[in-house]
Design a protein around this ligand. Structure first.
Ligand SMILES: Cc1cc2nc3c(=O)[nH]c(=O)nc-3n(C[C@H](O)[C@H](O)[C@H](O)COP(=O)(O)OP(=O)(O)OC[C@H]3O[C@@H](n4cnc5c(N)ncnc54)[C@H](O)[C@@H]3O)c2cc1C
Length: 401
């Protein structure tokens, strides 16, 4: 495998890293302590700067003003942007918008594209994705209870969702609802575009997560759909194809998540090493002279390197042989990388002592907010079970000596 990074990407990554260091990292402490409303104008200013630098929307199509990078290229850019919690938002590629944009681009009608896709890519509106339900296991989406029933020219949606990230202030939701209850388990649900000002779209609250209620883009909402009526032309893609469409976006989406998490690992690792170097623990002795700290540093460096190579390999496999053939690699990275990230952040906090628990560094933010990585987009256990099942299938009737 060739690990060379093209000249074009070297230039882009250099620009991203410089921007993140100079323009975004200095905003972090304010971001942790001030209301989002106070931060929005300055974040919008940074977003405009990114657009002028032509670094906006790395994975979005060029005809809509994105960069149109391929998977390997965008993976590297996610790593560079991921070192700060403000990175993806300021480069116009934050979840859930990025995934929703991909779905709209692939399946939207011309009318849907003009109304929803274009302004979403341009960063003029935000979006959300509403699938997980309060009463049903998100790990088994064939058990959805939310229904979309046809009535005249409309769908009438009823259901109780939560963890609809960024619904606060979003223009529309892509709602996953059962339209075909008599079809097979994977052909029952559809994706439907629901403007958030539709009567019956009731945002109950932003859910407190790890001590933070959040607001605007940085929040997760509980939503009650109560006789929420939208025209049938708001169906996205074919009826009953909701799962197929959701599966379709998951492979590349997981590469991007994982590379953002590698970016977080890199940041936590840098902070850990710098603190170990600078913290005097006894006269003339810094933390970096202690073998136990050296061992953590060596372990974390190797773990990050191994995880990073696994992700890049999975991306390469998706690009060369396709998502289906790369299923095992995609499953593996989805549980390996979050666990490496959790370990690296935890070690970095430990090296910082009490300081690590304060909001004076980014570490406590990462610790609180990135724990979720082991749960969303398939919990660790779900990926492990399905990977093991596939691997064991290869041993059926096989002689092993
Ligand atoms: C921060 C955050 C943001 C999110 N954003 C969104 C969003 O924007 N839109 C959206 O629709 N959803 C979102 N989600 C929801 C997320 O997709 C679900 O939480 C996830 O799918 C798990 O579903 P659940 O919470 O119902 O857990 P459950 O399905 O009840 O699972 C609970 C636990 O059971 C175990 N488990 C489950 N299945 C198996 C199995 N087969 N074998 C062994 N163990 C198993 C796992 O340990 C799992 O963590 C978000 C979640 C979080 C935490």
């Amino acid at each position: 495998m060739d690990f060379t990074i093209s000249e074009k990407m070297q230039t882009i990554l250099g620009m991203v890293t410089e921007f993140v260091q100079k323009e975004l990292i200095p905003l972090e402490l304010d971001f942790f302590s001030k209301p989002l409303a106070a931060m929005e104008p300055i974040l919008q200013e940074k977003r405009e700067m990114v657009k002028k630098m032509e670094l906006w929307g790395p994975i979005h199509p060029t005809e809509y003003g994105g960069m149109g990078l391929n998977l390997m290229e965008s993976a590297l850019m996610y790593e560079a942007m991921g070192v700060t919690p403000l990175g993806l938002y300021c480069f116009g590629t934050q979840a859930p918008d990025a995934g929703n944009i991909e779905i709209l681009h692939q399946y939207g009608t011309d009318e849907q594209k003009e109304k929803y896709l274009r302004p979403a890519i341009e960063g003029k509106i935000r979006t959300c994705f509403s699938m997980t339900e309060v009463q049903m296991p998100g790990s088994n989406p064939t058990m959805l209870e939310t229904t979309a029933t046809k009535d005249g020219d409309d769908y009438v949606i009823n259901g109780h969702k939560w963890f609809t990230s960024s619904a606060d202030g979003a223009e529309f939701a892509i709602v996953m609802a059962v339209t075909n209850p008599d079809a097979g388990p994977y052909m029952q649900a559809s994706m439907i575009l629901v403007p958030t000002d539709t009567p019956g779209f009731n945002r109950v609250r932003n859910i407190p997560v790890m001590g933070h209620v959040g607001e605007g883009y940085f929040s997760h909402a509980e939503i009650l759909y109560q006789n929420c009526r939208v025209p049938q032309k708001n169906l996205l893609g074919p009826e009953g194809h909701g799962f197929i469409m959701a599966q379709d976006r998951l492979g590349p989406g997981r590469i991007h998540h994982c590379m953002r998490w590698i970016g977080i690992c890199n940041r936590a690792f840098d902070l850990m090493c710098a603190r170990a170097r600078d913290r005097t623990i006894a006269p003339g002795k810094t933390l970096a002279t202690k073998q136990i700290i050296q061992s953590w540093i060596a372990e974390c460096a190797a773990d990050i390197q191994a995880a990073r190579l696994m992700v890049l390999h999975a991306a390469w496999k998706i690009e060369t042989v396709g998502k289906k053939e790369a299923r095992n690699e995609i499953s593996m990275i989805k549980y390996v990388v979050p666990n490496v990230m959790q370990k690296v952040i935890d070690r970095a906090i430990q090296v910082h002592g009490g300081l690590g628990l304060t909001d004076d560094t980014v570490l406590s933010h990462f610790y609180r907010h990135e724990r979720a990585a082991r749960i969303y987009d398939g919990a660790d256990e779900v990926h492990k079970v399905s990977l093991a099942r596939r691997l064991l299938r290869g041993y059926e009737g096989k002689k092993v000596r």
